[in-house]
Design a protein around this ligand. Sequence first.
Ligand code: ADP
Ligand code: LRH
Length: 489
Amino acid sequence: GRELTLAAVDLGASSGRVMTARVGPARLDLHEVNRFTNRPVRVAGTLYWDVLALYGGVLDGLRAAGRDVGRLDGVGIDSWAVDVGLLDADGELLGNPVHYRDARHATAVPAVHAVVPPERLYAVTGLQHLPFNTVFQLAAQRGTARLAAARTALLVPDLLAHWLTGAVGAEVTNASTTGLLDAATGEWSHELIDALGLPRGLFPPLTRPGDRLGELTADVLADTGLTGPVPVTAVGSHDTASAVVGVPAESERFAYVSCGTWSLAGVELAAPVLTEASRRAGFTNEAGVDGTVRYLRNVMGLWLLQESQRTWRAAGLPAGLTELLHAAARVPAFSAVVDCNDPRFLPPGDMPARIAALCAETGQTPPQSQAETVRCILDSLALAYRRAVRQAAQLSGQDVDVVHLVGGGARNALLCQLTADACGLPVVAGPVEAAALGNVLVQARAGGAVAGGLSELRQLLRATQEVVRYRPSSSSAAWDAAEGRLPRR
Ligand code: ADP
Ligand code: LRH
């Protein structure tokens, strides 16, 4: 295949980035051309994404990409899951997409479960129960003028792709996080959509990773200075789907932790696990690239640390990451541990206070210092990864002999070592930009620059990307004891 120059738009909950890549059969170089803060905004009690600011960051990135590399052979977009923009009959956006951390979504859970019991929701969709799944978000808007006026619901990456190209669609890996996609057929579930009284027409035709969505419009070309035509290709538009493509696994016997604001911990499967045990354990079967299943559990992730830093900064305390992690490394292990997935950690707020309260509730001495709080977060995350990896293996029958940790968390050496220790398995950390790499690899394959399945794409990652290896060191008895302090889940 020939080499292609591609742009990946990867929007995470903490930052958005536009990266360019040169990709060929033996080449995969990634460069960051624009990174911008993703700052949600609370207006009159509702938490929104500032989606126009994000789109502006995408345009700035494409402009910078054009300046850096001249021509672009393609663009792909991935972003976080579940949240949608609603378009009216004129195709206008009806307000900003509401953030999944807004408390209102959860209020619709009882009403949805009264119509479709949780067991049935799981049997159809295979999706873990999260109180902000799109199905609950839309149910919470029943009776609003906004939902009444809505003609099309677009997930965030599909909305950005729509603005860039004019095309309307729902990329399937992200559609699988809505709670309205049938895991068996891979199509929208009319059973659920009808039962919940939603118009079928709200949900656009599905697209698949590798599909050509369209081309940058003349308007976008003029605005960015790019030379057309520039195709926009569907990738695993759910950032976690792209991140899993970007895992440089050597064999099939691997688990992953996609570790950013959230941590998504699990395994890759050929078929979903829809058992009652799986539902109760909170495992999801999200659609992966090439028909794979991402069998994983959401772990609250570095959000706990990000929000702690924000709280400390607001109080005028120093909260530099390097210093905090350095100090945490000197705190004795397991002074206190919490269940990271306690729902009280979901909304923005004072995490150090919430962590202290949870420690007190479970009869532990709460962390006293910033360093102890950070250590508590990291020990607790490692414990949560251990649980998720072990249970994913057990419930799916997939053997695991290595844990790949990708995303920003791969830069956190202490967390990587604790994860190796907790899991009792080697951890391979990196690449940090796994989602952007998975994004460009799928584009490159669609464009004929590389060939093969996920294992061939991963072979290219192994040949080109740096990783850091961590061996398990501490005794597993210590981790068993720490786990004993957490409530059963
Ligand atoms: P998202 O995609 O959800 O926005 P990222 O994958 O970019 O998240 O990860 C961001 C997180 O990675 C930060 O909150 C931080 O905890 C961690 N991180 C980033 N850089 C470093 C670093 N140099 N050392 C340790 N941790 C880091
Ligand atoms: C990670 C992520 C995760 C979803 C959450 C809403 O960025 O996409 O996979 O559960 O955001």
